[in-house]
Design a protein around this ligand. Structure first.
Ligand SMILES: Nc1ncnc2c1ncn2[C@@H]1O[C@H](COP(=O)(O)OP(=O)(O)OP(=O)(O)O)[C@@H](O)[C@H]1O
Ligand SMILES: [Mg+2]
Length: 1002
């Protein structure tokens, strides 16, 4: 190159190159040892002892490469020329010369160690970094590398193993959390380490293990893991870590996704395409077909481009995401032993907890060691397994504590009072020991005054106070950004003067912060959570709000086209900045994001926080937001079976709704409230609100709301037995919903329609309509609709006497039910179907449980129906007293909510009960009442069944003509409605009673 460029250009090129390179070396506290024409040698870990010198060297080497690439154009004007470096790294002892006055030039190192590094450098291809075996070993797990096998170097007799650096390791071990500064000597955890190794051995044999490490803050959970992780270097183990954060509880799957990112090597700057490629490779790597699984993980990772997924229901997405994650972990462990670590579970979000709980279930035979750390007060649900072990970390002994103190303070000739005081105050908490010792070494406190602060917070505060003003302001500003933050974010909110870099270096030097090199920029981490908390607590309110506002704005700018990834952080900042409008907006989005993956509790948390913010808004915005949020929360409550909670929430805001200028929102509110009332059995209210919703929606042409209001009206008709009207109403609403593409509600509408048709006795039409529920459920992947399609068609089949198929479908419906409300439904309906088949002993407990649940939810119509079912079961078991009780209760309740078909069932069952006790008159009266009820609802099959009972009663009373008349009528009803089994049953009854059915006139 020198020839082509000429000496002058070459000289300025080298000059520029050295400037860039030296910056990188110094950044990692390396020292330039020698300049060699167009190269140089740098030393790390000498003369300044540096714990992680090998890593520092690799990071500096990568930094040099990066700097060169970034400044290529400035270095050479000819695009055909490329400036590339060859780098060799070795680790070992060096003999160093005397340090002269000019530290940089006179410092020499000689010996085989530097020699080998130089030979590696010569061997390297341009643009590559080579490592010797000792260097490679030291950085394993932190640096991605590829073995090159044995290579022969000039001046070496034997070939030696070498490795090529591929980049920074994907995993972020606790080591990096604890920073790159020197750590105190590790003491007093031999027993815990050996327990971990023992459990790891079990896991390696295919007996998966769960471990919990529990201790107060600062006692050393993370450090124990760090040491454990380091001890795994060189073993065939994959170590994957995820962390929960204090503001993460509304952020579903945070630690789970961090593990995925680490596993696939995804970095913050990857483009969506790169992420997709890495995730796909993650599956292929373990021999799984990526197929559609990739889509679920990308969706969870917040990378858009989900296409097909949009049509799926949140529950389906969630279930499939969990399954994809679980498979990835399990399949991976078949290839290689995996250690999964979840740090700080006391801050875990509900979805992650649910996922890990499910994951823990499948570990018994996997080569997996699953470790969770948390502070006391939390208990994960997965600790009840036989393969779970808890390790509670105890405080350090005085002896061990002393070694920590003495690693920071000068070692005295004899134990001093000061040391004694530190030990006493720190009570064996290593973090406290370190902080106190540092405070002493920074001369914050002295032996003379012995004014040692009483709490660890005081110690930290004292250390912060000692900082120069600007540095102190920086640490406070940083604390606003959280435990961990990228440099650009800090730079954006930094208001102080002076060089940010200088202040940051100082904070790192004093071990407040540590630095992690991200792929594009540095990320800084508070070395301990408490430090951040104390710095944050020291801010005065106006400053705090200003900084949070600045943090929010900076995030909006930096993530302008990817706001979805940081909604929770934005909400956090704006809430604390007292900017309620923005806070509510981002919290609403965070809630929607959670609800979209069916993380219901997280969604409620976010929405509730948003409500809190909305309250601070001025009118009319306050009203609009509050109502909007209440509808969202209400929907989640409904799925969870919280009818009363839902109604109270909505009714509480009724006044706001009247004030709203927006008919769309008013309509949506009334239509939704109508549904809640309808399920609660408050028919009058339900109809009133549905009509109001309908009227509002009409005014603004909102067909979705019109369809939903129509759904409620159809439901109302169904309860009161106006089945024909229900079908009419339902068909109309279905048309609207279909037109707007509102599939989910259309599915529900078809359910009501199908049921109404079924009760009318139009079994075939009913089944066909329920088939649509199923089809929509399949298209959307919505387990709720699928479940409803199953159990509802099961029920119709039971009505028609097709018992075996009925029970099968009900069981399937129950199995795939995703939410509490629907599960209670499915359970009760299964009980009803079993009752029909005569399997009373199984039916009774199901009906009782379902009735209890519906009572709890406040869904009174269903409570009534299942209570009556339980009464019928008791009757079948000849437990007459209980039957009487249950039937009485059920009848009362059914009347109260005007659920007429159920009233008929209760009357009929009471008639049968009377027959059983020999009171034939009462029996006949009751049965006739039932017949009237069914006639008024035009319940075809039920009318037929009731007529059969009347026929039996008449035959028993010797009244053959009446019996014949009733039975013939029943037979006709069954036949007309295509209920073959019932038609068959009517024929058999006729034979038994010796009756000749009159053939219908054709
Ligand atoms: N056994 C030990 N020997 C020496 N130093 C230790 C030991 N355990 C912990 N430390 C040091 O104490 C400090 C706090 O430890 P660590 O961060 O592991 O606490 P933690 O239990 O994870 O706390 P938190 O609950 O806040 O996460 C660290 O600087 C760590 O190096
Ligand atoms: Mg920790």
């Amino acid at each position: 190159m020198a020839e082509r460029l000429g000496p002058e250009v070459m000289h300025s090129l080298l000059d520029a190159f050295f400037r860039l390179a030296l910056d990188e070396v110094h950044r990692y506290e390396g020292t330039i040892n020698q300049f060699l024409g167009d190269g140089f040698m740098a030393l790390f870990g000498a003369p300044i002892a540096h714990e992680n010198h090998a890593r520092a060297a690799v990071l500096a080497a990568l930094g040099v490469q990066r700097a060169l690439a970034a400044h290529q154009a400035e270095l050479v004007s000819d695009p055909a020329l490329e400036v590339a470096t060859r780098i060799g790294i070795n680790s070992g002892a060096v003999v160093v010369g005397r340090i002269g006055d000019d530290l940089r030039m006179d410092y020499t190192a000689i010996g085989d160690t530097t020699n080998l590094a130089a030979r590696l450098q010569q061997f390297a291809e341009p643009g590559t970094i080579l490592l010797s075996e000792p260097a490679s070993r030291l950085v394993r797990g932190h640096v991605r590398q590829e073995p090159l096998g044995l290579i022969s170097l000039k001046g070496k007799n034997e070939p030696i193993p070498a490795y090529r650096v591929l980049g920074v390791g994907p995993r972020r071990s606790p080591l990096e959390m604890l920073g790159e500064g020197p750590l105190s000597p590790f003491v007093g955890r031999e027993r815990e380490l050996s327990i971990l190794h023992g459990l790891l051995d079990n896991a390696a044999r295919g007996e998966g293990q769960i471990v919990a490490i529990i201790a107060e803050p600062g006692v050393g959970k993370s450090r124990l893991l760090l040491e454990f992780c380091e001890s795994l270097l060189g073993r065939p183990v994959t170590y994957l870590e995820g962390r929960c954060v204090s503001y993460g509880s509304a952020n579903p799957l945070l630690p789970v996704l961090e593990i995925v990112r680490n596993n696939c090597g995804i970095t913050d700057t990857d483009t969506p395409e790169e992420i997709a490629g890495k995730v796909r490779f993650g599956f292929e790597e373990v021999g799984l077909d990526p197929g559609e699984r990739v889509g679920y993980l990308l969706h969870a990772l917040g990378v858009k481009e989900t296409g097909e997924l949009e049509k799926l229901a949140p529950e389906a997405i969630k279930a499939r995401t969990f399954e994809a994650l679980r498979l990835l972990g399990l399949q991976g462990s078949q290839r290689r032993l995996i250690v999964f670590v979840v740090e700080d579970c006391h801050w875990i979000d509900k979805s992650s907890e649910e996922y890990f709980n499910m994951f823990a279930e499948s570990l018994a035979e996997a080569k997996i060691l699953f470790i969770a750390t948390y502070r006391p007060g939390y208990r994960p649900p997965w600790m009840d397994k036989s393969y779970a072990t808890q390790i509670a970390l105890h405080r350090l002994s005085s002896q061990d504590s002393l070694s920590i103190v003495r690693s920071i303070l000068p070692i005295p000739a004899a134990p001093t009072r000061l040391e004694g005081t530190i030990l006493e105050r720190a009570e064996g908490n290593p973090f406290f020991l370190e902080e106190l010792s540092r405070a002493v070494s920074e001369r914050l406190v002295s032996e003379a005054t012995l004014g040692i602060p009483g709490t660890i917070q005081d110690v930290i505060m004292a250390r912060i106070d000692l900082l120069p003003d600007e540095t102190k302001r920086l640490v406070q500003a940083a604390s606003v950004l959280g435990r961990e933050f990228p440099r650009s974010l800090l730079a954006a909110i930094w208001e102080g003067s002076g060089d940010l870099e200088v202040h940051l270096r100082q904070l790192i030097h004093l071990e407040f912060l540590s630095e992690r090199r991200g792929s594009s920029e540095s990320v800084y981490v508070f070395r301990h959570a408490l430090t951040q908390e104390v710095a944050y607590g020291s801010l005065l309110t106006p400053n705090l709000q200003r900084l949070h506002a600045a943090g929010g704005q900076a995030l909006e700018t930096i993530h302008a086209n990817r706001l979805g990834e940081v909604t929770d952080q934005l909400a956090y900042h704006y809430a604390r900045a007292e900017q309620a409008g923005k806070a509510a907006e981002y919290l609403l989005r965070a809630g929607n994001k959670a609800a979209a993956v069916y993380a219901l509790p997280e969604a409620v948390t976010a929405y509730r926080e948003a409500l809190g913010q909305a309250e601070k808004l001025s009118l009319p915005e306050q009203d609009y937001r509050t109502v909007e949020l209440s509808l969202r929360i209400g929907h989640v409550f409904l799925l969870q079976g919280g009818l009363q909670e839902c109604r109270e929430l909505l009714v509480g805001h009724a006044e706001r709704v009247t004030r709203l200028a927006d008919p769309g929102m008013r309509g949506a509110f009334h239509a939704f409230l109508a549904l809640v009332y309808s399920l609660e059995g408050e028919g009058a209210q339900a109809r009133a609100h549905a009509s109001q919703g309908l009227a509002e929606a009409r005014r603004c042409g909102d067909e979705i709301t019109m369809g939903r209001a129509g759904y409620v009206l159809a439901l109302e008709c169904f309860w009161v037995g106006e089945l024909v009207e229900s079908v009419e109403q339902g068909r109309e609403a279905a048309v609207l919903l279909e037109r707007t593409g509102e599939q989910w509600w259309l599915g529900l509408m078809c359910w009501v329609l199908g049921m109404a048709l079924g009760v009318l006795g139009q079994i075939r039409d009913g089944l066909e309509t329920l088939g649509r529920v199923h089809a929509i459920g399949t298209a959307m992947g919505d387990p709720r609709l699928l479940s409803i399609g199953d159990w509802a068609s099961g029920l119709l089949l039971a009505f028609a006497g097709e018992h075996e198929e009925a029970v099968l479908r009900c069981v399937r419906g129950l199995e795939r039910s995703p939410d509490p409300l629907n599960s209670a439904f499915a359970l009760g309906v299964l009980g009803q179907a079993q009752l029909e088949t005569g399997n009373v002993s199984e039916a009774l407990p199901r009906l009782e449980e379902a009735a209890g649940l519906m009572g709890l939810f406040g869904f009174r119509a269903m409570q009534a129906w299942f209570t009556i079912g339980a009464g019928e079961a008791c009757l079948a078991q000849a437990d007459l007293e209980r039957a009487q009780n249950l039937l009485g209760q059920g009848l009362h309740l059914a009347r109260e909510v005007r659920f007429w078909p159920a009233v008929g069932y209760a009357q009929r069952a009471l008639g049968l009960l009377a027959r059983r006790t020999g009171d034939l008159v009462a029996a006949e009266n009751r049965i006739r009442e039932a017949l009237e009820t069914f006639a008024s609802t035009r319940g075809g099959l039920d009318t037929g069944r009731t007529l059969m009972i009347l026929a039996e009663l008449a035959a028993a009373g010797g009244n053959a003509a009446t019996a014949t008349q009733h039975l013939t009528e029943a037979h006709r009803l069954f036949r007309e409605r295509g209920a073959d089994r019932l038609t068959e049953r009517a024929r058999r009854t006729a034979t038994t009673l010796g009756i000749r059915l009159q053939e219908p006139k054709t």
